[in-house]
Design a binder for this molecule. Structure first.
Ligand code: HMG
Length: 465
C-alpha cells in the first residue's frame, strides 16, 4: 500500500538573532558563522511560547489548510527532545489546544504518543505511523506526525551558534500527494553514546562537539550501507559496475544541526561511495593528493580523533574534495536546495531534516525542475545515538502542494532581537504575560502551574486573536 507524506505545515517563531550581531558580540569572525557553520538567522521563542504551542500551531495550520476534521485523524505523534513533562506526553497538550478550536473531546477517538530519540525520533514516528497505515489498523484515518523543538545551548558555548526553534506537522496517509516512502528499505543503526545529551533538570545539553560531528557521519554512513544492501536485495535500485547508489538517488536530505553539516555529510558519503569506483582516479587527480588513512584504521572514534596528523590531512583532503567538479555537481543537484531554510532558521533538532525536505521542494520547484518520480534519500541522525536512512518518491500530484510553498510568507514578518534582549530571553528573565511580540492567530502559553501538589506544572494555553 503506497503510504507517505501528503502535506506539511510549518511554524517558526518570529523572533531571531542575526548571526553578524551575534558574532560581533561574541568576538567571532562573522565569516565563520556564515561560511564555516552556514547560519544567518537563528529563530528564538518568545516568553509565551514553548514546543507544545509551536507543535499545535503547525498542526492547526495543517488541518485548516487541508480542511481536516478531528474525525479524519486516527493518530497524532509528537517527536521532540524538548519534553515539558516526565510523564505527560506533548501530544496531549497539543490535543488540549486543538480541542479549544474543534470542541471538547473531538480527538477522543484518536491515539498517539510523544517520541524521544534526540533528532531522529521524528523519523521513527513517521515510520511507525506509515506502518500503522500499511497494516490497515487506521480505519481509513490519517496520522499526523509533528516534530517540534527548541535548540538551546549554554551562553558562550560553541553550540550557541547552532540554536534555533520551530515545528513541522506532517500528514501521513495512503496515496499521499507529496512523497511515497519506499517499502522494505528503511535502515537503522543504534549505539549507546554520549555525544550530546541533556540529563534531567538541565535546560541545555552537554555536548562533545567534534565527537558529535564525527559520530553523525559514521552512523549515517553505516545506516546508508544497510539501506544499500536492502535496496539492492529488494531490487528497488539496480546498479551497474561503475555506479554508486548515490547516482540513483535524485535528492539527498539529511539531518541539519547547521547548514554546513549537510555539506560535510554529503562529502563523507560520496567519498565512501566513490572510493572503489573507476571515477575515483579522476577525482584524486582533481583533489591533488591521496586520501589519507588513519594510523589505526580499525581504531575507535576517540583514537581517530586523537590521530592529529590524520585529522589534519583528512580535513585538507575533505576541503579539496568539496572543491572538485564531481562534488560540486552532486551538491548543487541533489542537496543545495534542502539547506536554504536551515541558514535562516537554525537547528530544529527533530524538525531539521523535515524543514530541509520542505526547503528542497520549494526551492527546486522555483528552479522549474520537474520533481515527479524523483527519489529522495533521507539520512536522519539523533545523538545518543541512532541513524535512520530511508527513501521516498515524489508524486505526480506534488505541484498541488508545492506551488503554494513560500517559506518567507509562511514564517511571516520577523523581528530581530538585540543581544541584550536575547540574553534576557535565554536566561528566562522575560515574563510570560509580557511577550516581546503581540501574538496573532496562534496558541500561546499563558500560565504554568499553581501552588498545590495537584496543579503544580499545569500548563494553560489560549488561542490569541
Ligand atoms: P566550532 O568550535 O565552532 O568548530 O564548533 P570549528 O572551530 O571547527 O569551526 C567550524 C567551521 O568554521 C570549520 O569549518 C572552520 O574551518 C570554519 P570546517 O572545517 O568544519 O569546514 N571557520 C571559518 N570559516 C570562515 N571564516 C572563518 C572561520 N573560522 C573558522 N574566519 C560545532 C562547531 C558544530 C562542533 C559546535 O557549534 C557545536 O558543538 N554545536 C552543537 C553540536 C552539533 O551541532 N553537532 C552536530 C552533529 S550532532 C547532531 O547533529 C545532533 C544534534 O542535532 C542533537 C540531536 O540529535 O538531538 C546536535
Amino acid at each position: 500500500m503506497p503510504v507517505g507524506i501528503d502535506d506539511m505545515a510549518i511554524y517558526v517563531p518570529k523572533l531571531y538573532i542575526d548571526s553578524k550581531d551575534f558574532a560581533i558580540a561574541r568576538g567571532i569572525d562573522p565569516h565563520k558563522l556564515e561560511f564555516g557553520i552556514g547560519i544567518y538567522k537563528m529563530a528564538m521563542v518568545d516568553t509565551n511560547q514553548d514546543p507544545a504551542c509551536m507543535a499545535a500551531n503547525a498542526c492547526l495550520k495543517l488541518m485548516q489548510k487541508n480542511d481536516l476534521k478531528p474525525q479524519d485523524i486516527g493518530r497524532m505523534y509528537v517527536a521532540t527532545e524538548s519534553a515539558l513533562d516526565e510523564s505527560k506526553a506533548m501530544n496531549s497538550f497539543v490535543i488540549g489546544m486543538l480541542e479549544q478550536i474543534y470542541g471538547d473531546g473531538s480527538f477522543e477517538h484518536a491515539g498517539g504518543i510523544e517520541c524521544k530519540f534526540a533528532c531522529v525520533s521524528g523519523s521513527y514516528a513517521l515510520y511507525d505511523n506509515a506502518n500503522w497505515i500499511r497494516a490497515e489498523e487506521n480505519n481509513d484515518r490519517a496520522a499526523i506526525v509533528i516534530v517540534s523543538d527548541i535548540a538551546k545551548y549554554d551562553l558562550g558555548s560553541a553550540g550557541e551558534y547552532t540554536q534555533g526553534a520551530g515545528a513541522i506537522a506532517m500528514l501521513v496517509k495512503e496515496n499521499p500527494r507529496l512523497v511515497i516512502f519506499d517499502p522494505k528499505v528503511t535502515s537503522t543503526i543504534i549505539k549507546n553514546e554520549y555525544d550530546f545529551y541533556r540529563p534531567f533538570g538541565r535546560e541545555t545539553p552537554l555536548v562533545n562537539g567534534n565527537y558529535s560531528n564525527y559520530l553523525y557521519l559514521i552512523q549515517v554512513k553505516k545506516a546508508f550501507d544497510s539501506y544499500r544492501e536492502k535496496a539492492i536485495k529488494t531490487k528497488l535500485i539496480q546498479l551497474q559496475e561503475d555506479e554508486s547508489i548515490t547516482d540513483k538517488i535524485d535528492y539527498i536530505s539529511v539531518h541539519l544541526p547547521y547548514r554546513k553539516m549537510g555539506e560535510k555529510a554529503l562529502a563523507y558519503l560520496l567519498r565512501h561511495e566513490w572510493r572503489c569506483l573507476p571515477r575515483w582516479k579522476q577525482i584524486i587527480e582533481e583533489v591533488g593528493m591521496d586520501e589519507p588513512t588513519p594510523k589505526d584504521p580499525r581504531g575507535t572514534i576517540e583514537s581517530i580523533l586523537a590521530d592529529k596528523d590524520f585529522m589534519k590531512a583528512d580535513e585538507t583532503f575533505r576541503k579539496a574534495f568539496m572543491r572538485t567538479s564531481f562534488f560540486k555537481q552532486v551538491f548543487e543537484q541533489k542537496m543545495a536546495s534542502s539547506l536554504e531554510a536551515s541558514a535562516i532558521i537554525g537547528n530544529l533538532y527533530t524538525g531539521s531534516m523535515y524543514m530541509g525536505l520542505r526547503s528542497l521542494l520549494e526551492f527546486e520547484y522555483k528552479k522549474n525542475i520537474d520533481l515527479e518520480n524523483k527519489r529522495i534519500g533521507f539520512g536522519s541522525y539523533g545523538s545518543g545515538s541512532s541513524a535512520m536512512v530511508f527513501s521516498g518518491v515524489i508524486q505526480s500530484t506534488y505541484k498541488e502542494i508545492v506551488k503554494d510553498m513560500n517559506l518567507e510568507r509562511e514564517i511571516g514578518e520577523r523581528s530581530k532581537l538585540d543581544m541584550q534582549e536575547y540574553i534576557r530571553l535565554h536566561s528566562n528573565e522575560g515574563k510570560m504575560n509580557e511577550p516581546i511580540l503581540n501574538s496573532n492567530n496562534e496558541f500561546v502559553l499563558v500560565k504554568i502551574g499553581g501552588n498545590t501538589d495537584y496543579n503544580a506544572g499545569l500548563r494553560e494555553y489560549v488561542f490569541s486573536n
